[in-house]
Write a protein that binds this ligand. Structure first.
Ligand SMILES: [Zn+2]
Length: 433
């Protein structure tokens, strides 16, 4: 679709920038930016006077499979620690997933994402009783909404060798079948060091090396992961992952709450990304990630299964950071949010996250009427204390509208919600049975 977006006030988070521009969209890309651009034949013109336009957000670590857990009955006995949270909640939920539940989890999660202005998800999927083809179920659901994603399957040894092998195969299949898809890429998924044997880590590292795509894995989320590396393998928490080729270019390491200080620089120089998930860390009470030691250039933000409202995630991260002994500079959380788009750029081979000629036209438009002057100098004050995901009115991915006036195009949202509720009931029943 060719379009001309007129009179937009464009905001980019990092480096912060505010500019009044017209934006021409052509062939899925930003074809031109400038002042007083004139419409060309065949172009649809949209006047954005009074609105903000931003690059679509990226959620650098999430689990769509948990979308139908909202309001789910609590386990009969309360989990006392992180490992019990996994065993009593998440590993029960993923075991119970079936095709239809995966489809609706993807659909519901993608609708949420677009509504909050997130146009790319880096997802980490698990469904141990439905591994083969599970990434295609997600791909299909996300295609209905029109957003982009980098998908992988959480390989683990917790279900035995057969399931581990199916997980490896599912990752490899998806990576090889989607080398140039405009909306999807695959990567190699792994649960966490403490649920993987040395042999499995070797196999994962080998696949990541063959396809040069990195490994998406949880790292040092809780002390349990650290204790396991030391006790069972007599190795520091990252040494083991380095030894098996897991920490490498394009790897996505979620959390890093309990990493040793010396590991941060080594991880950054390997080319891997560290992804902070503040809401999840708070919810699971696993500790406070030492953001002061995270590489500003190689860290990003994820929601770890919470809805993909990246403005909200950024704010939680900001406030938690503000009261932490590891407090960093004011711009750190917006920079981390912006970096998510740099990860997407690595996977898709295009420059995401900027409103500039040649960049993919993944854009969101917000009803934000700044009540105080909004300039490049104070843009982050508006981003942290004023702008929110609920203000997103239009969204475009790859130059195509996916949401107009808060309606997702081509989707009957009420019908999806009704169907998702029925599937969630079935899933919860299975969970308790
Ligand atoms: Zn996670």
């Amino acid at each position: 679709m060719d379009a001309l977006l007129k009179n937009a006030r464009a905001l980019t988070l990092f480096p912060p920038s505010v500019a009044d521009v017209d934006i021409r969209i052509t062939g899925g890309l930003i074809g031109e930016t400038g002042h007083h651009l004139r419409p060309r034949r065949g172009e649809a013109v949209l006047d954005l006077s009074g609105m903000l336009i931003m690059p679509g957000m990226a959620n650098a670590h999430t689990h769509l499979y948990s979308a139908l857990s909202r309001g789910m009955p609590s386990p009969s006995t309360s989990p006392r620690n992180f490992v019990e949270i996994l065993k009593k909640v998440w590993w029960k939920l993923d075991e119970a997933l079936f095709d239809e539940a995966i489809h609706y989890s993807g659909l519901v999660g993608a609708i949420d994402a677009v509504r909050f202005g997130t146009t790319t998800l880096l997802d980490h999927h698990a469904s141990p009783n439905c591994i083969r083809g599970s990434l295609d179920l997600l791909k299909d659901a996300l295609s209905h909404v029109g957003i982009r994603a980098v998908l992988c399957y959480e390989t683990t040894d917790r279900g035995g060798t057969k399931r581990r092998d199916q997980g490896l195969e599912e990752n490899e299949r998806f990576v090889t079948e989607n080398p140039n898809n405009p909306h999807f890429r695959g990567t190699i998924g792994a649960h966490a060091s403490f649920t993987l044997t040395d042999e499995s880590l070797d196999l994962l590292g080998e696949l990541a090396s063959i396809y040069d795509c990195g490994v998406h894995i949880h790292v040092a989320e809780d002390q349990a992961d650290v204790r396991d590396a030391l006790k069972r393998h007599r190795l520091g928490r990252t040494r083991r992952l380095f030894d098996h080729g897991i920490i490498r270019r394009r790897s996505i390491l979620a959390h890093g709450v309990h990493l040793e200080r010396s590991a941060f620089a080594t991880i950054a120089s390997s080319g891997a990304w560290l992804v902070h998930n503040p809401r999840s860390n708070m919810n699971n009470a696993v500790g406070t990630a030492p953001l002061r030691w995270f590489s500003p250039a190689k860290s990003a933000l994820g929601t770890d299964g919470f809805p993909a409202d990246m403005f909200e995630e950024m704010k939680f991260g900001y406030f938690r950071n503000a009261e932490s002994p590891h407090r960093t500079e004011f711009s750190r959380l917006p920079q981390m949010l912006q970096n998510g788009q740099a990860i997407v750029s690595e996977f898709f081979g295009q420059r995401f996250g900027l409103i500039a000629k040649g960049c993919p036209a993944d854009l969101i438009m917000l009803d934000y009427h700044a009540p105080t002057p909004l300039t490049t100098q104070n843009a982050l004050g508006h981003a942290l204390f004023g702008i929110s995901g609920g203000l997103v009115r239009h969204a475009m991915v790859d130059g195509e509208w996916v949401m107009r006036d808060r309606r997702i195009l081509g989707i009957d949202e009420e019908e999806v919600a009704r169907m998702a509720q029925a599937v969630a009931k079935k899933l919860w029943k299975k969970l308790n049975g």
